[in-house]
Design a protein around this ligand. Structure first.
Ligand code: VAH
Length: 309
């Protein structure tokens, strides 16, 4: 059975549904700290779980005979800056509890998302390589980089089968983003279809690596299904799809919504975004498990606007 933490979140809502259709809803246990998330999961088992509560996590693993955990619960980059120490504790302690379940043999496989937030000001910004200087500036990024090293450590020392992707900004229309620096690219679509003007918290020329949710889901399931021997990176894989600026996304949307208006009012998130790469080199993911993205900015925009209404 597969247990997902943070299942009610932006990624969790869609990944849980995809796992249910791939592996059978009867094999899925969705968990979230937020009880109200239960309503999204009428198709599978749902349990409330605070990931800081490692005893409850262990008992859910035991009760449901869980063999795999997708540990998605975390505090993201922008939200994390408001409460640095708690963000560190939550992001790190919960990952270590999951890795310990792997070490003791309670579970046999782990998925844990990392992020391009592991990169920083001295990282090469264009076509950022898998291995390079990583000097994250946010607590979220620091926790993801440390988490990557823990994943590699547990694999190396204890043989834990843990797999990870450094996601770019993820864009979906089915659930809202929360507390991230890339959230504008989700919110902008709702403003457009609701015929509201949009105020963007990043500068118009702030290029960032992004990915449409179906590509992120595909990458995750592909990585988790790859034979263990093909996984050469046990920290976390660079994975790329598209890069664009707020202005380019606005232009793509305004082709379909000509009256749509945007203004730019960069806040503290602009500084976070400018410490992240413009584009990512994902050669290793392409070599190891045949990663290939499907959606460009135009296809993504079409698809979202077709479905979001
Ligand atoms: C954030 N969406 O903005 C996340 C992501 C690449 C950024 O990790 O914090």
């Amino acid at each position: 059975k597969i247990l997902i933490t943070g299942a009610g979140g932006q990624l969790g809502s869609e990944l849980t549904a995809a796992l249910a259709s791939t592996f059978g809803a009867e094999n899925i246990i969705a968990t979230d700290i937020n009880e109200a998330a239960a309503e999204k999961f009428d198709y599978c088992t749902f349990e409330t779980l605070n990931v800081m509560d490692k005893d409850r996590l262990a008992s859910l693993v035991d009760i449901y005979e869980v063999s795999e955990i997708y540990h998605l619960a975390a505090i993201l980059s922008a939200a994390g800056e408001k409460n640095p120490l708690f963000t560190w504790q939550l992001n790190m302690d919960s990952l270590l509890s999951v890795l310990e379940l792997g070490r003791t043999g309670a579970i046999s496989k782990i998925y844990w998302p990392s992020s391009i937030a592991v990169f920083g000001q001295n990282t090469p910004m264009d076509n950022t390589p898998q291995h390079c200087v990583m000097d994250p500036t946010t607590v979220y990024g620091i926790s993801k980089l440390a988490g990557e090293r823990w994943c590699a450590y547990y694999h190396e020392k204890f043989g834990v089968d843990v797999r990870s992707i450094r996601y770019p900004g993820l864009i979906g229309y089915k659930s809202l983003a929360g507390g991230g620096t890339t959230d504008y690219a989700v919110d902008i679509f709702r403003a457009a279809v609701n015929k509201e003007d949009f105020e963007c918290f990043l500068a118009e020329d702030m290029s960032l690596p992004m990915m449409y949710m179906p590509d992120a889901i595909k990458a995750t399931i592909q990585l988790m299904q790859a034979p263990s021997k093909d996984i050469s990176i046990r920290s976390s894989y660079n994975v790329a799809a598209i890069s664009f600026t707020p202005k380019e996304l606005y232009q793509a949307i305004s082709k379909r919504y000509p009256d749509f208006k945007i203004s730019y009012k960069p806040d503290f998130r602009q500084q976070i975004a400018s410490s992240w790469p413009n584009s990512i080199d994902d050669t290793q993911a392409r070599l190891d498990w045949n990663w290939e993205h499907d959606f460009g900015i135009e296809q993504m925009t079409d698809d979202i606007l077709k479905h979001i209404l």
